[in-house]
Design a protein around this ligand. Structure first.
Ligand SMILES: *[C@@H]1O[C@H](CO)[C@@H](O)[C@H](O)[C@H]1NC(C)=O
Ligand SMILES: *[C@@H]1O[C@H](CO)[C@@H](O)[C@H](O)[C@H]1NC(C)=O
Ligand SMILES: *[C@@H]1O[C@H](CO)[C@@H](O)[C@H](O)[C@H]1NC(C)=O
Length: 422
């Protein structure tokens, strides 16, 4: 696929050899100075402790800010399970589905439930009224869900190729901003998505990140999309009709924009609260201008936020080029992604991703994920510190290690800046 090819073909930046020796020399000088000073002051309790702090993998992993700022002095590594409140984020989830998706959405909700988070559910206008009120009823009757799970009562008309999908996502994020001041990241899922890690794993991994990062997989190398997406114009009748009909194409085609640069990528994303506020409140005109531009764009969910973040100077540096999803495409790619099955378990785990799609309702592979990755119990909830009542401390498991490795690759590495808005 375009995205993949583009990323892999990036030539590595070769370091300037003659300068390479200087930092090493300086570092050694500073090291010996520190060593001498500590010996003088009798502070060097044990060389191995210093070594552990400076070089151990654990220490690197548990220092959230170590990539961004070099700590001035070695501090003891933080406890592995931080107490709640300190640095542990909250997520705002939006799970959206359509006709017949009720049970699948219900299962996904259980698998990603955590009392720290806030959830917003939506079954679009295509789903029968009975299905929508069944969802609202189930949430209202549930002893836990009535606190932090909300349902959009006034369902939206959503056309998957069209701008009504972006409107739906912005609508959800506006509701979530209004419902709670406390969440840190917005996560957009569909009923056919499923988690590959527990919420404790995810909360733990995100507690090590700056809260301003947004995970938006993107590229400006449009390839075939330049002719197929950038130039054609569509009208989405979902914007003004009460019954569903397909988007239609209008002529003449338009030119590529010159006022901003187009980006495209995955429609699945994890957005920082700051970026969501910027998108929804629109104190700068760009979010609004782009929204109007994208209302005639084919597959606007694969472009709106990507183009917005990369054309906003204050947010471009916060874009992480990954969607935290495992999505498999057939070769050659078809309109919809490959449906994941038990044959894909090795790839699912090897992806180190937080979520995957697309799954069939109650497929066997979901039972595998429940058992092996989420340790879900009979009541449907995944393993987590909050289940055992001991102060709700996070209990990150192997999933947190997988996520940390992914973060090492996409955030805490040169790839973070190198792949940003290019
Ligand atoms: C949000 O999630 C839905 C899944 O319901 C997806 O189809 C859509 O394209 C996503 N992205 C945006 C930007 O709306
Ligand atoms: C994001 O947050 C980190 C840590 O707070 C900060 O160092 C960095 O400058 C911020 N980045 C941007 C682009 O605001
Ligand atoms: C999994 O692989 C086996 C053996 O290659 C094949 O027979 C089976 O149909 C596959 N199952 C699915 C759900 O694709």
């Amino acid at each position: 696929m375009e995205l993949m090819k583009g990323r892999i073909s990036l030539a590595p930046i070769s370091p300037e050899k003659k300068w390479a020796a200087l930092p090493i020399f300086l570092t050694s000088l500073i090291f010996f100075f520190v060593l001498l000073t500590s010996l003088n002051m009798g502070l060097l309790a044990s060389l191995s402790a210093l070594h552990a702090v400076l070089f151990s993998r654990e220490a690197v992993e548990t220092h959230p800010s170590s990539v961004f700022t070099v700590p001035a002095q070695a501090s003891p590594p933080p406890p592995t399970a931080p107490s709640l409140g300190f640095g542990v984020p909250r997520f705002a989830y939006f799970i959206s589905g359509s006709k017949g998706d009720l049970d699948q959405l219900w299962r996904t909700l259980h698998a990603i439930y955590h009392p720290r988070n806030i959830y917003l559910l939506h079954l679009d206008l295509e789903s029968p009224r009975a299905e929508r009120s069944e969802l609202a009823g189930r949430v209202a009757r549930h002893p836990l869900f009535s606190g932090n799970v909300h349902v959009i009562a006034k369902a939206n008309m959503v056309t998957y190729l069209g701008p009504t999908m972006v409107a739906n996502t912005l609508h959800a994020s506006a509701i979530l901003l209004k419902k709670s001041m406390e969440w840190d990241w917005f996560i957009n899922l569909s009923a056919s998505d499923y988690p590959l890690v527990t919420q404790d794993d995810l909360l733990f991994a995100f507690s090590k990140l700056p809260k301003n990062l947004s995970f938006v997989e993107h590229t400006s190398r449009l390839g075939w999309k330049e002719a197929e997406r950038g130039k054609p114009m569509i009208v989405d009748p979902g914007l003004y009709k009460t019954t569903k009909s397909r988007v239609f194409w209008v002529w003449p085609k338009r030119e590529l924009p010159s006022a901003f640069k187009l980006f495209t990528g995955s429609a699945w994303m994890v957005l920082s609260r700051e970026f969501v506020e910027y998108s929804v409140w629109g104190w700068d005109n760009l979010p609004r201008i782009l929204l109007m531009y994208y209302s005639n764009f084919v597959s606007s969910p694969e472009g709106y936020f990507h183009t917005l973040i990369c054309n906003s100077p204050e947010f471009a540096a916060t874009a992480v080029n990954h969607d935290l999803h495992h999505i498999a495409w057939d070769y050659p790619p078809k309109q919809h992604p490959h449906i994941l099955s038990v044959n894909d378990t090795a790839k699912l785990i090897g992806s180190h991703a937080a979520f995957a799609r697309k799954f069939r309702k109650d497929d066997q592979v979901l039972d595998f994920i429940d058992q092996k990755l989420l340790r879900r119990s009979k009541d449907g909830f995944a393993a987590g510190g909050w289940r055992s009542g001991d102060d709700g401390e996070l209990k990150p498991g192997p999933g947190a290690r997988r996520l940390m490795r992914l973060m090492d690759r996409v955030v805490r590495s040169e790839a973070f800046r190198k792949n940003q808005c290019v």
